[in-house]
Design a protein around this ligand. Structure first.
Ligand code: HEC
Length: 100
């Protein structure tokens, strides 16, 4: 019987798909470095563009929200990217992406 609550907690974690990336940038890291270290393994730049943003994602607020919270199983959340580092990174992505 004692195992059931634990199983339910595990199932909830899996179902909510909250994968988290513990990446922590160096204090001196520029947005470009952060992108290379934390994002480029999935978002490989093509023709100098780091990613293709859907229109609803093409603003810094939406990008910051996506970085901090992730999405589903595929895009992890980065809880350690905050303040200036996440703002600079969002700006960098906006400037270096194409909009679909
Ligand atoms: C493990 C792979 C992986 C890593 C690492 C990753 N992403 Fe993603 N990201 C994805 C996938 C897959 C999607 C598409 C998810 C979806 O829309 O269902 C995505 C979507 C996004 C989007 C939304 C694009 C759009 O228009 O819908 C942004 C912005 C983004 N990622 C930024 C980042 C940033 C910034 C980093 C680094 C801090 C990062 N990602 C790291 C896999 C990754």
């Amino acid at each position: 019987m004692r195992k059931i609550p634990l199983l339910m907690v595990c199932a909830l974690i899996v179902l909510s798909g909250c994968s988290r990336d513990k990446y922590m940038p160096e204090a001196s890291a520029t947005p470009e470095i952060i992108f290379k270290e934390a994002c480029a393994k999935c978002h490989t730049p093509v023709n100098g563009k780091v990613m293709a943003l859907s229109p609803s994602m093409a603003n810094t607020e939406a990008i910051i929200d996506r970085i901090r919270n992730g999405k589903g199983f595929s895009m992890p959340a980065f809880p350690n990217l905050m303040g200036d580092s996440v703002e600079g990174l969002a700006q960098y992505i906006l400037e270096n992406s194409e909009t679909k």
